[in-house]
Design a protein around this ligand. Structure first.
Ligand SMILES: [Ca+2]
Length: 231
C-alpha cells in the first residue's frame, strides 16, 4: 500500500518525482488503512540542540516502549552498532556519526526485521522514530505492523517470506523519508498518528527496516530511538 496525498501535500513515494522537502518543514503523508486514517509526519533538522522539531515530539525517555522487549526476527545487526537496545534506551547520539549510539543493520544488506513487545495491550496514540547521520544513513524507510497477539493463528516471529496479514498482524504505515533532491543527512523525526487519536490497541509491533540505497554498502539507517506513545 502506497501513501496517498492529502490536503494538497505531496506524498513521498519511491520512484516518483517529489518536490524537495526542506529541512525544518514537515511533510505530511497520509496512508489509508482499514478503519483508520494514519498520518505520517516527517521532519528533518540540522540545527542544535539535537532532535528538536516543530511538529514531531522530541525523543522520550519515558514512553510505552521504554521497558519493552526488542527482539530480532530477521536480518543481521551490524557489529559496529549499539544493537537493538539503542532503540528504547532513551539515549541519543551526541554527534551526527556515532555508530555506538544507534541501531543499524549490517553493511551491504537489505535491512532487518525486529519486534517490540510492550508487555501488555496498549492503546497507542503515536509511534515515533528518530535517526541521525550526515549522509544517506539518515533517512528512514520502514514498514510497521501491529498485533494484540490474540489471533488464534498469531505468529510472534514471522519470517520475511510470510504475509503478516495471514498471521495476526496489521500494517500500520509505510514510512519513506527519502527525497529526490537536496541533502540527505541530518536528524529525522517521524511521527505516526491517527486522525481519530488512536492507532489502535496493540501489544506487539514489527518493524521491517530497509536500506535507503544500495549504491554502496552504507545504506542502512542509523536509528537512534523509537518511542511508542500511550493514548
Ligand atoms: Ca537510543
Amino acid at each position: 500500500m502506497l501513501p496517498s496525498t492529502a490536503g494538497g501535500t505531496p506524498a513521498v513515494v519511491p520512484g516518483l518525482p517529489f518536490a524537495s522537502v526542506r529541512f525544518a518543514i514537515a511533510a505530511i503523508l497520509v496512508a489509508c488503512a482499514a478503519n483508520a486514517e494514519v498520518t505520517i509526519t516527517v521532519e528533518r533538522s540540522e540545527t542544535k540542540p539535537a532532535f528538536r522539531f516543530a511538529h514531531v515530539a522530541s525523543p522520550s525517555k519515558d514512553d510505552a516502549a521504554s521497558n519493552a522487549r526488542v527482539e530480532l526476527i530477521a536480518g543481521t545487526v551490524d557489529r559496529g552498532s549499539a544493537g537493538l537496545a539503542a532503540l528504547t534506551d532513551g539515549k541519543l547520539p551526541g554527534t551526527e556519526d556515532e555508530p555506538e549510539a544507534n541501531l543499524f543493520f549490517r553493511a551491504d544488506s537489505w535491512g532487518g526485521r525486529f519486534r517490540i513487545d510492550l508487555g501488555a495491550v496498549t492503546d497507542i496514540a503515536a509511534i515515533n522514530s528518530y535517526s541521525w547521520h550526515p549522509d544517506t544513513r539518515a533517512p528512514q524507510v520502514y514498514r510497521v505492523y501491529a498485533s494484540d497477539g490474540t489471533a488464534p493463528n498469531f505468529n510472534p516471529s514471522p519470517g520475511v517470506k510470510i504475509d503478516l496479514a495471514t498471521c495476526g498482524w496489521r500494517e500500520i504505515a509505510f514510512v519513506d523519508t527519502r527525497t529526490k533532491e537536496g541533502d540527505k543527512g541530518g536528524q529525522y523525526g517521524v511521527s505516526i498518528t491517527d486522525t481519530g487519536g488512536s492507532l489502535g490497541r496493540y501489544r506487539y509491533l514489527i518493524f521491517d527496516v530497509f536500506e535507503t540505497e544500495s549504491d554502496d554498502p552504507w545504506g542502512n539507517t542509523f536509528y537512534s530511538e523509537i518511542d511508542v506513545v500511550k493514548k
